[in-house]
Design a protein around this ligand. Sequence first.
Ligand code: PHE
Length: 345
Amino acid sequence: MNDLDQLLQQAQTEFAAAATPADLENAKARFIGKSGRVTELMKGLAALPIEEKKTRGAEINVLKTGIEAALTARRQALADAELAIQLKAEALDVTLPGRARGTGGLHPITRAMERIEAIFGSMGFDVADGPEIENDWFNFTALNTPEDHPARSMHDTFYIEGGHVLRTHTSPMQIRYAVQHVKKHKHLIDAGKAMPEIRVIAPGRTYRVDSDATHSPMFHQVEGLWVGENVSFKDLKSVYVNFMHQFFETTDMDIRFRPSYFPFTEPSAEIDMMFGSGPLKGRWLEVSGSGQVHPQVIRNMGLDPERYIGFAFGSGIDRLAMLRYGVNDLRLFFDGDLRFLTQFK
Ligand code: PHE
């Protein structure tokens, strides 16, 4: 091996040992820099005779080309290594699931309410909404429950300053809606003509001082009211039974009207249901109060009880939703736990 081959090998070794581009540039300077070994060899040519100068010059050029090739190869190798490190550091795991936008869903109570509204809507019932903060007249007195009436103690009322209460039931909507209806059709009534029937449901929040697995201080009711000249208990039965069949999407159930008492209906009945199959089969479940609207309440609506008659009911929406969705603790509806709520999406 001649001195030039040795030099090439030395350059290759030093280039290979350069761990960074800066090291490599320093190594380059040692061979082909201004005062590098190859440059020195070139300078030495001047002292040689002409023939030798030619051959030696050509050999040095070959050496220089070889060194340059080694340099380029090493530069590329270092750049590749750096890129590989960078790619690894910035690696994306494209197999991870994407971050999708979460979709919301309707609360089960809202779903039950919409269902109730659709079913009664199909039977010609209007849907009405009213205040949750009520005054004594609408919540009690107009509903034939005067101040000293023992039935007031049946309701564990939240009283608010200024004589207001948090409504203990949706029944005040009977009076509110009927009074508006009578006002709207006053010209007919005054002329002794027939008024269009009142047919309405009023779903919404209600409040009582009560809290356990089946009672919440805030709960939901839906009031129903149908008043006309010829509305009877049999209409109440057919409307309510039809509603239950549609709400639960089955006719495999028993429904009974059990005599009861409410100051604003006479006669009154508690409505119970019993599934013909499923986990609750064979158990009577109370779902609603109901009855024929009391003559005094008809009077408080601004109507003549000798001419107008009707029925009303007030059902627990939470209870209906629990039965429909198989929920065993009422409080789950109001805890806001997503593990529960997302099951209804
Ligand atoms: N308001 C009664 C209650 O909350 C239910 C009811 C409504 C009963 C209408 C009869 C008629 O218990």
